[in-house]
Design a protein around this ligand. Structure first.
Ligand SMILES: NC(=O)c1ccc[n+]([C@@H]2O[C@H](COP(=O)([O-])OP(=O)(O)OC[C@H]3O[C@@H](n4cnc5c(N)ncnc54)[C@H](OP(=O)(O)O)[C@@H]3O)[C@@H](O)[C@H]2O)c1
Length: 295
């Protein structure tokens, strides 16, 4: 049942982030274990019930959003979400694509804009460019007028160029090196931590944004660069911005794979495979026929 300020959603689709299964917030709240847990914190669904004091969405609204990580997620028929964590889904964006936006695209946007301070004309390096976050980072950096170098596998070169990358480095054969004087902004959106080569590729005074842990202070000092680490937060204004970019087809939402809810385990296990298609893996909770009937 939704509490004050919360809504109950009938889940249509749920985006998954493979690494969420190793995040503390998935398993603990206030230091206490909270198992069993329901993963998948990116949701697209329809509001079926409102708690008291809900004034931003109404029953029947199509929405998408980011569920706080220490709450149960959306790999279920229903999910309870704070109203401030959801935004209206434009009908031009179907639930599967909307479910791919909240965590991955918001992370890319917040990394580039809020933490990286991206400016038009800057040289931006995106490592993990074919992944769920990376593919949005490439597009959003390009939309802001940056010159993007994408680091991924050779198989994704053409696709990343189509998404706006000026240069693509195949990380399996070519080391990352500075482009001229170095990159103004580097986003490390692969798993784990960047090697020293990434720090060295950033120009003096530039910034390195990492998504898994704070960058190494000694290496930041050695290369005279700034480092940032953050955890993505729901932001309704930014979700509206992303939905509008998708609606107007300025932002492409690639889906690497979909799985029915009953195959949730296989969906998470697919994350261990290298060389997946670019983009996001999504659980389909309600079938398209049902959306059409209820839209
Ligand atoms: N701080 C936050 O708020 C936040 C939010 C979202 C995600 N994250 C973190 O960000 C990372 C990316 O998340 P995601 O959902 O985008 O994961 P993902 O979809 O698995 O993408 C990671 C991509 O990096 C590629 N890759 C692996 N090693 C690489 C390397 N050395 N250079 C370039 N690319 C490489 C992978 O492909 P191959 O392995 O096939 O090459 C894959 O395409 C995860 O570690 C996640 O935990 C943090």
């Amino acid at each position: 049942m939704p509490g004050p300020g919360e809504v109950l959603l009938r889940v249509q689709a749920a985006g998954i982030t493979f690494t969420e299964l190793v995040w503390d917030a998935t398993w603990f709240r206030d230091g206490q274990p909270r198992t069993p847990v329901i993963p998948a914190h990116e949701v697209a669904g329809r509001v079926v019930e409102s708690g008291p004091q809900v004034d931003t969405v109404r029953v029947g609204d199509p929405v998408f959003g980011l569920i706080p990580f220490d709450r149960d997620g959306a790999s279920a028929e229903y999910a309870v979400v704070p109203q401030e964590n959801v935004a209206l889904r434009p009908l031009e964006v179907d639930p599967i694509h909307a479910a791919a936006l909240p965590l991955a695209a918001l992370t890319a946007l917040q990394a580039l804009v809020d933490h990286g301070g991206i400016l038009e004309g800057q040289r931006v390096l995106v490592q993990g460019a074919a992944g769920a976050v990376g593919i949005f980072a490439v597009q959003l950096a390009r939309l802001r007028g940056a010159h993007v170098t994408a680091v991924a596998r050779e198989q994704d070169r053409e696709y990343l160029q189509l998404m706006g990358a000026e240069h693509v480095i195949d990380y399996t054969s070519t080391p990352v090196t500075a482009d001229g004087d170095g990159y103004d902004l580097a986003l490390y959106a692969a798993n784990g931590a960047p090697t020293e080569a990434t720090y060295a590729a950033v120009r003096t005074g530039g910034v390195l944004v990492c998504l898994n842990a704070p960058p190494d202070g000694e290496l930041l000092n050695r290369y005279g660069i700034r480092g940032q680490f953050f955890v993505v937060e729901a932001n309704r204004g930014q979700m509206d911005e992303l939905a509008n970019l998708a609606k107007t087809q300025q932002l492409s939402i690639p889906i690497a794979a979909t799985f029915p809810l009953a195959e949730g385990r296989a969906a998470y296990e697919s994350g261990a495979r290298h060389g997946r298609l670019p983009g996001k893996t999504v659980l389909v909770v309600e079938t398209a026929g049902t959306w059409l009937a209820s839209s």
